[in-house]
Design a binder for this molecule. Structure first.
Ligand code: ADP
Ligand code: MG
Length: 269
């Protein structure tokens, strides 16, 4: 339960009060005739780490891409801190203006499988660009914050390096620092270790684990079962565009309710 310690408000009796940060309700997404998301409901509370697991093609990437507004949606609604996300009130399913979408996207950031660093910029510039250009943070302040983040991900000596001079694991840690630099309400990860050589996976998972322990709200699509079991508060199992199980991580692994999850776990662990 690493994530919920610092991020969750506590009531008078000391009990955790769940504050929803992200709410997805009946989300639908079509690609032509193919239904990629078939009515997804998902709530992510403040400080929670939610792992999304499921077979290839089950809609995991589509879900986080819809949340990050990289895809339009065909039905349902999403809310960030209670604000309807990406689509105007009244379920007209018309996209917000570009400016509206940009304003909302600033409150989330995504870490991709392929890092997606800007190759012609130094590590420091990769991390400071969005805070300076999008959020209007003064350059000196953004650089100081970025150096602090690079230290946290173990790369304080790489500020002036270019992405091609780094290993995949180092590049992904820069991408994580970049995602955190904008102080997002929700950090989204889409299989952040799947493109890495096996010996580089652990350094990235350790970085993510530290983020979770610091109280970040995170949605993590992953195949790393150990990571999900240790770090996630909740695990969501998807198949064919639906949520099949959504449970506290320990129950999810110890006592899966469906045959589908049982056989998935048997194959994956
Ligand atoms: P996962 O990440 O769980 O492997 P995806 O979300 O990538 O699954 O894909 C879900 C389904 O949607 C798959 O059948 C995939 O082929 C399809 N799909 C994903 N993106 C597109 C796209 N841009 N165009 C058409 N079909 C897509
Ligand atoms: Mg995927």
């Amino acid at each position: 339960m690493n994530g919920s310690q610092t991020g969750t408000a506590r009531g008078a009796a000391g009990a955790a009060l769940a504050t929803p940060v992200l709410e997805v309700v009946g989300l639908r997404k079509q690609f032509g005739d193919h239904t990629a998301l078939d009515g997804i409901d998902l709530t992510v509370n403040e400080g929670e780490v939610v792992a999304i697991l499921g077979p290839s093609g089950s809609g995991k990437s589509t879900l986080v891409r819809c949340i990050d507004q990289l895809e339009t949606i065909d039905g349902g609604a999403m809310y960030l801190d209670g604000d309807l996300l990406g689509f105007e009130q009244g379920r007209t399913l018309r996209p917000l203006t570009d400016a509206g979408v940009r304003a909302q996207r600033r409150r989330m950031s995504m870490v991709f499988q392929q890092f997606n660093l800007f190759p012609h910029w130094t590590v420091l510039r990769n991390v400071t660009e969005a805070p300076i250009a999008v959020h209007g943070v003064p350059s000196a302040q953004a650089k100081e914050a970025a150096r602090g983040l690079l230290e946290k991900v173990g790369l304080s000596d790489k500020a002036d390096a270019y992405p091609r001079q780094l290993s995949g694991g180092q590049q992904q840690r820069v991408a994580i620092a970049r995602a955190v630099a904008v102080e997002p309400r929700v950090l989204l990860f889409d299989e952040p270790t799947s493109a890495l050589d096996p010996e580089l996976i652990d350094e990235v998972l350790q970085t993510m684990k530290a983020l979770a322990a610091s109280g970040r709200t995170m949605v993590v699509v992953t195949h790393e079962m150990e990571f999900a079991r240790e770090v996630a508060d909740r695990c969501v199992f998807m198949a064919e565009g639906r949520v099949i199980e959504d449970r506290p991580a320990d129950e999810f692994f110890r006592a899966p309710e469906t045959d589908r999850l049982r056989s998935f776990l048997a194959r994956s662990m």
